[in-house]
Design a protein around this ligand. Structure first.
Ligand code: ZN
Length: 123
């Protein structure tokens, strides 16, 4: 997902969910980093704690492993299994939605291992 650097201009500085202040922003080579109260985010996504960032990394790496080729089948399948009406960007996932995404992805892996690849022809 490569949309983050552009839509950063359209978003407002995130507010810290812990203290209610606007986050402190710095420009980095990865984009705008916002932080406050031990939480942080990039490109004005909602601030998240270390546990959430770790979960997002796991979601990202599982999706990368499952997405062989240019297909977005894994995103659709994950969204469906998580019971969401539309996909949630990894950068916007909170702890609960990231856990849901991981469960859905593990579910897909189990199906693949059982010889029942739901992504067949979609990746
Ligand atoms: Zn704060």
């Amino acid at each position: 997902m490569r949309s983050a650097p552009n839509d950063a201009n359209l978003k407002e500085t995130p507010t810290c969910p812990k203290c209610g202040q606007l986050a402190w922003e710095t420009g980095t080579k990865y984009g705008i980093r916002a932080e406050c109260c031990g939480l942080w985010s990039w490109n004005r996504a909602p601030l998240a704690d270390a546990a959430t960032h770790k979960l997002r990394e796991q979601v990202h790496s599982m999706m990368t492993d499952l997405r062989v080729g240019p297909g977005w089948g894994v995103l659709e399948e994950m969204t469906k299994r998580a019971g969401w009406s539309r996909p949630i960007k990894i950068s916007e996932m909170n702890e609960a939605t990231a856990r849901k995404a991981l469960t859905a992805l593990e579910d897909i892996v189990m199906d693949i291992m059982a010889g029942n690849d739901p992504l067949k022809g979609k990746r």
